[in-house]
Design a protein around this ligand. Structure first.
Ligand SMILES: Cc1cc2nc3c(=O)[nH]c(=O)nc-3n(C[C@H](O)[C@H](O)[C@H](O)COP(=O)(O)O)c2cc1C
Length: 398
């Protein structure tokens, strides 16, 4: 790792040949407190590491002597064509990585023809994203203690033409991310070491802090007390904003209000998936929030087959958490996922090179998908299935 870091010192994102290398470029360009906010997981980070390691559990069984010329990786999500099985997951505080980070991510998604999900705690308003970026836009909802905030976001998203609403359910109790806690001596106050580190990143200061000042939580700014409106210490104050008492009744309340596609994010059990289907959801996202919430949580791909078997006919089943390679993505598609969402990979691109860096991240992954698809002897994603995978779990457990 440290050798790789040295090799990538000063390198630009175009020289990153994998998401891991892009991560290293991004790390060098932003201050430590920002990078650790993106990178960190909850507590011992067991779930975070499990998300990354779990892909070793599955190996491919390719077919040979198949003509794979003219491959494509097209999918359809909610009846619309997408040129790749990728989507960008909602992430908050993107403005800390790059000026107007949400806009950069949304524009990169629009350029790639894939859906972009805007977080409730974004640094650009949902209206600005719609007017500046366009493309397929989905809005993520964190339920705040004041339900009027949720009501307002839902009606604004409808007015602005958002295609889908994602209700995130796994942050009812906020994960304890110890790297974040360590970087602040109190809410909004970085430790001296981190202040010095910020000073050592003049390019970041010029991009993110000057001339616009510290990024605001623009979607929800009017609902917050003045001291909580900026991302300054937002990583520490965020937990207090979210409602701990969300329940299936909230889902019903949302379903009654939101007329378009509704997706539940944070589903990891067959029972919850079935409940989502019975309450009129259109899709679910199997996610453990990138290992940032419940530590020691199952990796979503481990429960994918049973959930697809239970609700795959009724719901669009998306998945995120830990996808870093085209091969990871194809394993999930082979196990029945309708699409794969990216959290950190596109954030590494954003940190490394703004919109162009995000485009680079997406290009790396679609290129890998294309190559692996060909090596598997497939011309399209429809040809993948569980029969192309060996589950090594029995051997690992021996
Ligand atoms: C920096 C960061 C901020 C996030 N913010 C949100 C958020 O505001 N809303 C949400 O539903 N999920 C949020 N997530 C979780 C992502 O949507 C996604 O589930 C996760 O990042 C996927 O794992 P990956 O990072 O390994 O791809 C965040 C994740 C990260 C890394």
């Amino acid at each position: 790792m440290s050798l790789l870091r040295k090799l990538y010192k000063g390198k630009d994102y175009r020289r990153a040949f994998s998401i891991e290398e892009l991560r290293l470029v991004g790390q060098r360009r932003v201050p430590n407190f920002t990078f650790e906010y993106v990178e960190g997981g909850a507590e011992t980070e067991t779930a975070l590491h499990r998300n990354l390691d779990v892909f070793k559990r599955y190996s491919f069984k390719p077919s040979t002597l198949v003509n794979t010329d003219g491959r494509n990786q097209d999918i359809r999500i909610f009846g619309k064509a997408s040129p790749s099985p990728l989507l960008i997951s909602p992430t908050g505080l993107n403005g800390l990585l790059h000026h107007r980070g949400d806009v950069a991510l949304a524009k990169a998604a629009a350029a790639a023809g894939i859906p972009f999900c805007l977080s409730t705690v974004s640094n650009a308003s949902l209206e600005d994203i719609a007017s500046e970026a366009g493309g397929r836009l989905w809005m993520q909802l964190y339920m705040m203690n004041d339900r009027n905030v949720g009501r307002d976001i839902i009606s604004r998203a409808e007015k602005a033409g958002y295609e889908a609403l994602i209700f995130t359910t796994d942050a009812n109790v906020f994960g304890r991310r110890e790297w974040d806690l360590r970087n602040y001596k109190q809410p909004g106050k970085l430790t001296a070491r981190n202040v010095l580190d910020v000073a050592l990143h003049p390019r970041w200061i010029n991009d993110v802090l000057i001339p616009h000042g510290i990024p605001l939580f623009e979607n929800v700014v009017e609902y917050l007390p003045p001291e909580m409106r900026t991302v300054k210490g937002g990583v520490v104050s965020l937990p207090g904003m979210l409602a701990p008492d969300i329940s299936w009744e909230d889902l019903q309340w949302i379903r009654d209000m939101w007329p378009r596609k509704l997706i539940l994010k944070g589903v990891l059990s067959v029972e919850d998936a079935q409940q989502a289907a019975s309450m009129g959801c259109d899709g679910i996202i199997l996610s453990n929030h990138g290992g940032r919430q419940l530590d020691s949580c199952v990796a979503p791909i481990e429960v994918l087959p049973e959930i697809v078997q239970a609700v795959g006919e009724k719901l669009t089943v998306l998945i995120d958490s830990g996808f870093r390679r085209g091969s990871d993505i194809l394993k999930a598609i082979a196990l029945g996922a309708d699409g794969v969402m990216l959290g950190r990979p596109t954030l590494y691109g954003l940190a490394a090179g703004g919109q162009a860096g995000v485009e680079h991240a997406l290009a790396l992954l679609t290129d890998e998908i294309d190559r692996v698809l060909g090596q598997l002897g497939c011309r399209s994603l429809d040809e993948l299935g569980p029969h192309m995978l060996v589950d090594n779990q029995p051997y690992i457990n021996r």
